[in-house]
Structure formats: structure tokens, C-alpha cells
Design a protein around this ligand. Sequence first.
Ligand code: ATP
Ligand code: MG
Length: 397
Amino acid sequence: MEGAKTVYLLKLGELTLKGGNRADFEQILKRNLRDLLRGSRASLETTHGRYYVRCLSEGEAQVEDALNHLMGISGWAKTRIAEKAIEAVCAACVSEAKTLFEGGVRSFKINARRTDKSFPMDSYNIACRAGDAVTEALPELQVDVRHPQGTIAVEIRERAYIYGFGHKGGGGLPVGTAGRGMLLLSGGIDSPVAGYMMASRGMKIDAVYFHAYPYTSEEARQKAIDLAGIVGRFSLGIRLYTVGYTELQMRIKECAPEAWATVLLRMAMMEGAERIAKIRRSKCLITGESLSQVASQTVENITCTQSRLRIPVLRPLIGMHKDAIIRKAEEIGTYETSILPYQDCCVLFSPPHPILRGDPAEANRLYDSLDLDELIEKAVRESVVERCGFPGNGHVC
Ligand code: ATP
Ligand code: MG
């Protein structure tokens, strides 16, 4: 790209471990990145297995935002380009070191790699010379090859690339390499994280939110939409289906033993989600369940809630502790929205003494007696769809 000033270097993630079908994964990664870069006037270039994004300085914010939402890369760096001469390389390392120093880094090392063997110095000598240049210019910075606070990479290829702090990427695999999954998205902390985690394994995500208006508020619904917008940024958009389950919840409350209400509602949610999954050709359901976190998530109750399904339920958080889930929610930017006080499940419908170890046969007998089929069918038919977090669509719908 003529006049391009800034170059970003991407490090591929787990797809480098792929054998024969690595090319297919890379094709999808490139397509995803191009989608995310749409409108930025940035260009993507791939040479020698490396990915470079070039843009003008005014496009930097969009490029960095795109890279922060791209699954399938383990990291990215903003690079300085220098002439292939050791003096120019040293000068660029000193500039990079100053940036690191200003960011609080006090120890560093140089990682040099030379793929262009015609360059007259080997990697070790490049690292020594550049390291000396940095400590001479910035005596406050110490060399520490074992546990450096910052690393400056020097790569001598068709040009010399110098970069410092690697930004962490989403990792995992490109979205679109693992089929489609239907996320049961509540307004809580867990399910958005579950959706993110499956997207990071390459799954394209759709979502369903069960609403009990007016017992749950419009704000609660908006919260689900906002969360779908945030998670959708990582999965090239989410189609969110909002399904009204008020009538159904009333039926359960009126006709079923109180202690069973939550398990029966979850069974009905799973069934509604499976019907929408079928429409979308999704291969599985995804939930934010974590073993024994609440009464409905004991292994026995999980057995009940999935017992009518023909497609699998993926539960990426099943063995995670709450503090780790919260850290992940903070990292991906859903936490602040998830803790807004609008309840997605009305206390009116939550029994004070829920059943802890439901028997699946009993659960199904009760469920059948409620005759929910038509109510589910109607709720699914009347569901409302929104497109959330699609590239170029901003943060939310
Ligand atoms: P979360 O933080 O995701 O709400 P939770 O700890 O509150 O989870 P539950 O309320 O038992 O747990 O819900 C378990 C899972 O069921 C959720 O992670 C989500 O996948 C799904 N779920 C619960 N309520 C809804 C809803 N209103 N709409 C869609 N899915 C829901
Ligand atoms: Mg919840």
C-alpha cells in the first residue's frame, strides 16, 4: 500500500499445529480479518507464513480494534521498519526501548532472528549489538535474558522489523472453522463468557434469550442485546433470538410442584433453543453452566435439563471456578454489563427450596403433564431476531 505508515505483525495461534487442512484454516482467518478491517483502508499481506497488516496512521485505531477481536492469532505487534543495516536496527531498538521504558519496563532482552542469511551478522551478534545500543542510550534499563519485563524482537527478513510488547490475541482457532452453536444467553456473568470461549474454538455463534416480560424488564432484555453485541465482536456477529416465555413460566408456576420450577423451566429453555438451533443449522447448544454453582447445575439436574435433547449441550465453564469466570468476563469486556442490576430471571418464579438432585424420569413425567409443546412452538414462532456485533455494525445492534 503506497504511503502506508504503520505495519502490524500477527502471530498465528493453534492453527499452526494443523497439518493438511492448515490452508483451509488460514483461508478462513484471512476472510475474518478482511471482514473486520472493512472500511479501514488497511491491507493484509502474507509472506513466508507471516501476516502483515499495513495502514495509514489514521486507520490504526480500527486495525488495533480488529486485531483485539480476531480469534486464531496468539498475538500481534506494531512494528517499526528499519533499513537492513545494523545501525538502523540499533536505532529502532532504542526507540522501541524508550516506549517500553515509558510504559514502566525496567528490564529487557533482545530476541533476534535472521531469515535473510545474506545479512552479515548472525542472530546472536545482532542481539548483542542492539542490547548494547539500548543500555548505552538508556542506562536505567537492565538486560535480563531470563525474566525480562519487556522483549524487543528483531526480525531480519526482506526488511528489518523491530517490535516490542506483543499484544495478546484471542488465541484458539478462527471463527467459522468449527460449525455453528446456539448459545443460551442470559443477562448473567457466565453465559457471555461461555459464548466467547466457544467462539475462540472456532465456533460461529447464534444466541437465544428467554424473556418473561413484564416480570423481567425491558432493561434486562437490552442487557442481553448489549452482551450479544460485545461477544458478537469476537465471533463476527451474533444473531440474537429473543423468545417470550411468560406464558410458559406461568404454566409451570401454576401447575408444577414449586421445588421443580427451575429445572422444568431450564428443560423448556433447552427445548426452545433446540428448535431455533434447527432453523439455524446449529450443531449444538452452549450454556454458561458450571458444576454445582447453583441448584439447577448439579450433575443430576443437568441430566434432567438435557434429557429431551437430540443435539449435544456444550458447557465450556463446567469445571471453572467463579473467580476465574469473572476474570475472563473482565478481560473480554462483558463483566460491567453483566452486573447491571436487571434480573433476567424473576424471583417470582424461583422456588425458595429448589430440588437439588432431580430424577430424570420424574422430571420428564412432570414436564409431559404440563403440555408445553404448543406454548414453545408459539414462542419460537413469535421470536424476534436482532443482529448484534457484526463488523461495521458498532458495539451493539
Ligand atoms: P448466567 O450467569 O449465564 O446467567 P447462572 O449462573 O445465572 O448463569 P442459571 O441461571 O442457572 O445460571 O443459568 C444456567 C444457564 O442457562 C445460563 O448460563 C444460560 O446459558 C442459560 N440461561 C439461564 N437463563 C436464561 C435466559 N433467560 N435466557 C437464555 N438462557 C438462559
Ligand atoms: Mg442467570
